[in-house]
Design a protein around this ligand. Structure first.
Ligand SMILES: Cc1ncc(COP(=O)(O)O)c(C=O)c1O
Length: 408
């Protein structure tokens, strides 16, 4: 069984008091806390193995290289990639998407080509594509979000044309919590002759993902949203596609041969990893993957579903509270945005902070979705492996306090 209390003991930060109260951390969609196993992996790397990789032939360099590449192998295994060559280390999900836009987009897109996104994208899967609208004259189209918070697949079917070259959508919305049917979306994209990319920033931490089964062409994710350190993430891409793409950044490590007037690129994945990479954080990301695999992603998904059901029931019973996205846990997971009548979300977040509860307020880097919902901002509570029903109860008590304070 999923032993949340045992899990909590692995997270030193959860022992912290905030304003003298127990920390109730419900901002996991922004970043998760780190278990001692991940912190230890970082300390161990710098204490015992630190060296630059792929260059030296001394013992430390060989150890560091082996650890870095082992981490890549763990990620490949975690998402069922065909080979570790399909895993490119980057700083975060944002950089992974930018890599595809800059490298694949600039080489393979031209004026009037179409890229389909959704209305619920995080800015990281929208703004980079806007660069190509300005630079190349491509056209962006958007799958609408229904009133229920789902992607409208009927309209999506009509948006696909012979000009569609890429469909790139978020797997789990960081605002609505909706789990989008990526297999179906990808199948439709491929039938139209387009490629398919998934923004897995919120899904990879909380559900099993098999890139070969989903049959996505690219997948982007961040380590820090799944127990890993900040500053490390990866892009998965099908080997054939990555082979055909030009490098994103130039410099050391990404080359095979360099002359004064030209260079020859290194093979995958190094072609896309110019300069000294974030070695220690990649190694610690590997430790995070070990931790998650030990728990089992299906168990994590189930745990969050139960918490989501519990929280939705309580939030929906409060007349002052509006919840956005699906109203049952069936099609969503534990990222819940809500508002409390006329109280500004920043005020709610501040009142909750006084109670030791950390939530997010704002538009969560999804401004177009908030514009569509005609909201200036929302509150967002997001759960993870260490959260319990008691945390949800405390959130509800905090919300009651906010309602009382503002007398609405
Ligand atoms: C759905 C989604 N995509 C992309 C990102 C960007 O992640 P990062 O800031 O780690 O690059 C986030 C972060 O909140 C997200 O929630």
């Amino acid at each position: 069984m999923f032993d949340t209390i045992k899990i909590q003991k692995d997270f030193p930060i959860l022992k912290r008091k905030i304003h003298g109260l127990r920390l109730v951390y419900l901002d996991n969609a922004a970043t998760t806390q780190k278990p001692k196993q991940v912190i230890k992996a970082l300390v161990d790397f710098y204490s015992k193995h630190n060296a630059n990789i792929h260059r030296g032939i001394h013992t430390l360099a060989e150890e560091a290289t082996k650890m870095h590449e082992e981490a890549r192998g763990k990620i490949a295994g975690f998402i069922h990639a065909a080979t570790p060559r399909e895993i490119i280390f980057v700083r975060n999900c944002t950089e992974a998407i930018n890599l595809v836009v800059y490298s694949w987009g600039r080489k393979f897109l031209q004026r009037h080509d179409e890229v389909i996104l959704s209305e619920s994208e995080h800015h990281s899967n929208l703004v980079p594509w806007q660069f190509l609208v300005a630079e190349l004259g491509i056209k962006l189209k958007f799958i609408p979000v229904t009133n229920e918070g789902l992607l409208d697949l009927k309209v999506y079917g009509k948006l696909l044309t012979q000009r569609t070259k890429m469909v790139s959508v978020v797997h789990i919305s960081n605002v609505l919590g909706t789990v989008n049917p990526v297999e179906k979306i990808g199948e439709m994209a491929h039938k139209a002759g387009a490629l398919f990319m998934i923004d897995a920033a919120q899904s990879l931490p909380r559900m099993p993902i098999d890139v070969q089964k989903i049959n996505c062409d690219f997948l982007a994710a961040s380590g820090h949203k799944m127990l890993g350190p900040t500053g490390i993430g990866f892009l998965y891409g099908k080997e054939k596609l990555l082979e055909a793409m030009p490098p994103f950044l130039g410099g050391g490590d990404m080359i095979r041969e360099v002359y004064l007037d030209h260079s020859l690129w290194n093979g995958l994945p190094y072609k896309f990893e110019a300069g000294t990479p974030n070695i220690a954080d990649a190694v610690a990301f590997g430790a995070a993957i070990d931790y998650l695999e030990n728990l089992g992603l299906s168990n994590i998904f189930l745990h969050e579903k139960k918490l989501t059901e519990y929280a939705l029931k309580k939030l929906l019973a409060m007349p002052e509270v509006t919840v956005y996205g699906p109203k049952t846990a069936e099609k969503r997971t534990g990222v819940i945005s809500f508002s409390i009548r006329d109280i500004h979300p920043h005020d709610v977040a501040q009142i909750l902070d006084r109670e030791g509860i950390a939530i997010r307020s704002g538009f969560h880097c999804a401004m177009p979705l908030h514009q569509k919902l005609k909201l200036p901002a929302t509150c967002r509570a997001s759960f993870y492996i260490y959260n319990t029903e008691e945390d949800v109860d405390q959130l509800i008590e905090g919300i009651k306090k906010a309602i009382k304070t503002f007398k609405i």
